[in-house]
Design a protein around this ligand. Structure first.
Ligand SMILES: [Zn+2]
Ligand SMILES: [Zn+2]
Length: 340
């Protein structure tokens, strides 16, 4: 039956715990579909919302702005000194506060979306001893700023110094323009590959206990949860940048890779399914929310189906509903991270 004023209960569904899920299962991009789906792939690449537009293009623009106006010149980076390192640290802080703070203001302070399309109806935790300062948001900000940003900046600083001193292969735009552009398109794939394996490694029991469990305190993640990581995890997570020590690249590529790694998690952790704001803004990751919810599934992202290939995929159907087929016929997850 159709109603004139559809509410969120008609889009998606709720389980007995009051959790919401979209009315479709998680899907991977059509890029690696078999048999190939050329039309769907082109649409995914160039359509809206798609691989390029809006988010990769927005982050590319952020990188260009950073490079042109907020980045110390390569000559200055030839010798380590406080002034240019502090400038990069401050720039990164500003970018992180802009992105995570922006999402937080929009969805959690001004509550522009209410709880519509919010996977977990609860707001960020206050009072639980498991979080620093007994406050999930403050805890997440603490780790993002004192673990995430320092490691992110340290890699960038080291690489700027290495480019300036010809320690690593430097790619000139004018000499190889096609390769120069291609590198930007390949970086997100490299990032996803790196993330999947480093993330699986972090789920190795001893490492999970000592390191990665800190990120997983966020069973109900928010915008600031993305970079809320133990220092060892930050070190591993940002090692995605090390590729530029081997593959010829320009500092702009390195910066794009680093900023994508630092700034994109906020949109994948804010806990809402896009498009939000009356269907205008594509964002969110039910895929990664499920990782926080069930933690044994969905280690990667949605472009390259590593999770499908390596048997760790959860398609997002509620395990409470026995009538639903459950991702590739696998057993439903038995481990529920949600404790309260
Ligand atoms: Zn996460
Ligand atoms: Zn994890």
């Amino acid at each position: 039956m159709e109603t004139e004023n559809p509410t969120d209960t008609e889009f998606g569904e709720y389980n007995s715990k009051g959790e919401w899920r979209p009315p479709y299962n998680v899907e991977f991009s059509p890029l690696f579909s078999w048999p190939p789906r050329p039309k769907a792939t082109l649409k995914w690449l160039f359509g809206y919302p798609g691989f390029l537009w809006p988010w990769h293009i927005i982050f590319f623009a952020v990188t260009c702005i950073s490079w042109l106006w907020l980045q110390p010149s390569l000559e200055r980076c030839a010798t380590f000194s406080f002034d240019w390192i502090a400038q990069m640290f401050a720039r990164n802080m500003l970018l992180l506060w802009g992105v995570c703070g922006g999402w937080h203001l929009l969805l959690y302070s001004f509550k522009k979306q209410g709880t519509k399309q919010k996977y977990d109806p609860r707001w960020q935790n206050k009072g639980s001893k498991k979080f620093l300062f007994k406050n999930q948001v403050y805890d997440n900000i603490f780790w993002s700023c004192l673990s995430g940003v320092p490691f992110w900046t340290a890699y960038e600083v080291f690489f700027m110094w290495a480019y300036a001193n010809d320690k690593i292969p430097y790619l000139e735009w004018a000499m190889h323009p096609v390769y120069f552009v291609l590198m930007f398109l390949l970086i997100p794939f490299w990032r996803e590959f790196h993330f999947y394996w480093i993330h699986r490694f972090l789920h190795w029991k001893p490492l999970f206990k000592m390191v990665h469990s800190l990120h997983h305190l966020n069973v109900n993640p928010g915008p600031w949860s993305g970079l809320a990581m133990h220092p060892v995890e930050s070190f591993g997570y940002f090692s995605v940048i090390l590729i530029h020590a081997i593959i010829p690249s320009h500092p702009l590529h390195m910066l794009f890779n680093a900023q994508l790694t630092a700034l994109s998690p906020a949109g994948g952790h804010h806990g809402f399914e896009g498009p939000i704001l009356d269907g205008k803004l594509p964002t969110g990751s039910y895929f990664h929310y499920l990782h926080h919810r069930y933690y044994r599934y969905n280690f990667g992202e949605c472009t390259i189906p590593f999770d499908k290939w390596f048997g760790s995929f959860h398609d997002g159907s509620f395990d409470t509903d026995p009538s639903r087929p459950w991702g590739d016929g696998k057993k439903p997850p038995t481990t529920d991270m949600r404790s309260d």
